[in-house]
Ligand binder design. Structure first.
Ligand code: WTA
Length: 634
């Protein structure tokens, strides 16, 4: 069993030990997993160069740790419970043995298609059990999966397939979320027109029986049937690539965050067990989609590594009724519910009487992830969902960090509304000032750029296809540190509170969106000369996107253009990235060197009269015209 931290003193002791001797500490943790061959060197790193290696020379396969290892003791226990979008449809339960068997067959089927260790496989699926099987099957044979959220558009999918040079795409005919249906295969086909690297397309029949349309297509069930009953897990070196997951950054092009096999496994298993204080056999309900990192680490790999039952939910929290989440918690007797502040705020607005109708006696721990949780939402979650008896863990982490870095350990370390609180063992956060100096811990509250000064096992290793981009994005701004892109506060007890992004990334409903990506999409419109996108606080979504679009003065700019621009963003990225408001303006506030001063746009949107120093603007008069446009359109 993965070692556990059980008391506050134990936490302090282990955090100290891991900081003094990370290699010694994580060697002990890693030994609780199954390895095919022991590692030769526990840790080697040079943060300036972006060289990080954990458990070098060790061989493992994560699926043996997620599945094979449990078969003797819990082969008949549910590994995954799938709750469909429509509650009238039958759910599906896969025991550890059944999941193992499907994974073996699919790995074998994929191998028969020619997929081998190191090849990239793109997975573009809704939240169905096949998504879990597909990911684990790739892991079993050593292929690198790149899961693309099914809400992404064909263009975004194509960009990701091409960047990773995927040879196989696994998708589904279509699916529904709430009352909306998505013709997924049609979207995939559109993307595939520009993806010559894809040799095979595996199609799951999700909404209706799917008839194969071309020689490169193969049905999911056919492939399963073609697969052998057992499939030996490929030995993976600890630092072999495990998966790629694309994420937005401050530049337009999304980055393929690369995780490796050994460190990620150890971190996923270790953090889940300790943050949520789980026991094998418990029911773990993480509402995140597998298209995001939370769905990877705490929807799939972490729960299975710990012998839990994971609940996969295909739908949305409010459909067909606003008590759906609470109903699912009760239906399966979940001990842990892990969701995002956006969902909590949206459910809070529907009224407390809804969760009050559900006692949810099984619940033991509540989790929050993806964005800062405000005190009101925290208290509501605590009262109406946790019935004041479940600790809340506000877990701070990123796609890049592989798993949770700063969080309360449920019932073990203090839980404070709106504070992520303390770092896990092996995590050494620091706050840096503009010049890169560590802000000392003297004052009651200190604030700065949140950085990490040593590597932990789950840390990303590179940006797929461009190691230099990894170094430039995360390691160059403050040499010797990993820069998170977040700003944070620290109090005298050493607790952290995450304020939010300090770069051009906006967090809308827990989805990270690079403003540059949205601007690139808007600028593709023939009438748009230039655009600037900013994030503004939003009562439910956390933040919302607002776009300022510059068009040539002679153009007749009508409502029609706004609609076209919204469609363009939906087409290039996905619906979730469509700006809430679009303002068509005659100019943008630029400095003499041509940089757009977004700060001014945010202040105008907030209705602030005092815009601060605007003397560096090339044309200060532009501010007034923008203000008028905003007023006229709000
Ligand atoms: C934000 C999601 C405040 C943060 C796991 C981070 C949070 C970004 C929290 C990563 C939290 C995540 N409190 N902010 N508990 N958790 N964030 O890559 O800005 O989708 O940098 O990973 O979400 O988002 P990502």
């Amino acid at each position: 069993m993965i070692p556990e931290i059980t008391t506050f003193n134990d936490y302090i002791k282990q955090w100290d030990e891991a900081s003094r001797d990370p290699a010694g500490y994580f060697e002990k943790i890693a030994r609780s997993f199954t390895w095919k061959k022991n590692w030769e060197k526990t840790l080697e790193f040079d943060l300036k160069e972006g060289h990080i290696a954990w458990f070098k020379g060790g061989f493992l396969n994560i699926t043996e740790n997620c599945l094979d290892r449990h078969l003797a003791e819990r082969g008949g226990q549910p590994a995954l419970i799938w709750e469909p979008n429509d509650p009238r449809e039958k759910n599906c339960v896969l025991t550890y043995r059944q999941l193992w068997s499907q994974v073996c067959r699919m790995a074998s089927g994929l191998k028969k298609l020619g997929v081998k260790k190191g090849d990239r496989v793109c997975i573009y699926l809704p939240m169905i059990p096949e998504a879990a099987v597909a990911m684990l099957a790739c892991a079993r044979l050593g292929a690198v999966h790149s899961v693309v959220f099914a809400g992404f558009s064909p263009t975004a999918l194509a960009d990701r397939i091409r960047d990773a040079d995927c040879s196989v795409l696994i998708t589904a005919d279509g699916f529904s979320r709430g009352d909306k249906s998505v013709p997924l295969k049609r979207l995939a086909d559109e993307a595939l027109q520009v993806c010559p690297s894809v040799r095979h397309v595996v199609v799951v029949s999700r909404s209706q029986p799917y008839a194969i349309q071309s020689a490169r297509e193969v049905g999911w069930t056919d492939l399963l049937e073609r697969g052998e009953e057992t499939f030996p897990a490929e030995p993976m070196e600890a630092e072999d690539p495990f998966f790629i997951l694309y994420t937005s950054g401050s530049t337009g092009k999304p980055k393929g965050v690369l995780h490796t096999c050994g460190g990620y496994m150890v971190w996923a298993g270790f953090t889940l067990r300790n943050v949520f204080q789980t026991r094998p056999g418990e029911i773990f309900f993480c509402t995140a989609d597998v298209g995001w990192v939370t769905g990877h680490t705490y929807g799939l790999y972490g729960p299975l590594l710990n012998g839990l039952t994971t609940v996969f939910f295909e739908g949305v929290p409010t459909w067909p009724h606003p008590g759906r989440l609470w109903e699912i918690v009760e239906k399966y007797g979940a001990q842990v519910l892990y969701t995002a502040p956006t969902a909590i705020r949206a459910l809070e607005m529907l009224g407390s009487e809804i969760p009050d109708r559900y006692a949810m006696p099984s619940l033991r721990v509540l989790g929050s992830v993806g964005e800062p949780i405000n005190t009101d939402a925290w208290l509501w979650y605590h009262r109406h969902v946790g019935k004041e008896r479940c600790p809340i863990v506000d877990t701070w982490w990123q796609t890049e960090t592989g798993g949770i870095l700063i969080s309360t350990l449920a019932g073990v370390t203090p839980s404070v509304p709106a504070w992520a609180t303390l770092p896990l063992p092996g995590v050494q956060p620091v706050l840096l000032d503009e010049e890169g100096r560590e802000v000392p811990n003297e004052a009651a509250h200190t604030q700065g750029y949140l950085c990490l000064k040593s590597p932990w096992p789950g840390m990303m290793r590179s940006v797929f296809g461009s190691h230099q981009r990894f170094v430039d994005t995360y390691l160059r701004r403050f040499p010797g540190y990993y820069f998170t892109g977040d700003g944070a506060l620290r109090n005298a007890q050493g607790h952290y509170r995450i304020i939010g992004r300090v770069d051009d990334v906006v967090n809308v409903s827990g989805h990270r969106i690079g403003t540059g990506e949205v601007e690139d999409a808007l600028n593709m419109h023939d009438l748009v000369t230039e655009s600037a996108v900013v994030g503004m606080p939003h009562p439910v979504k956390g933040e919302a996107l607002h776009a300022f679009v510059l068009c040539p003065p002679s153009q007749d700019v009508s409502q029609g253009l706004k609609k076209e621009l919204q469609d363009l963003v939906a087409q290039k990225i996905g619906r979730f990235a469509v700006p809430e408001k679009i303002f068509i303006v005659p100019g943008l506030p630029k400095t003499r060197s041509g940089k757009i001063m977004r700060r001014i746009l945010r202040k105008i949107l907030a209705g602030e009269r005092d815009l601060g120093d605007t003397t560096s603007l090339l044309d200060p008069a532009v501010v007034e015209t923008i203000r008028q446009t905003v007023w006229a359109n709000q």
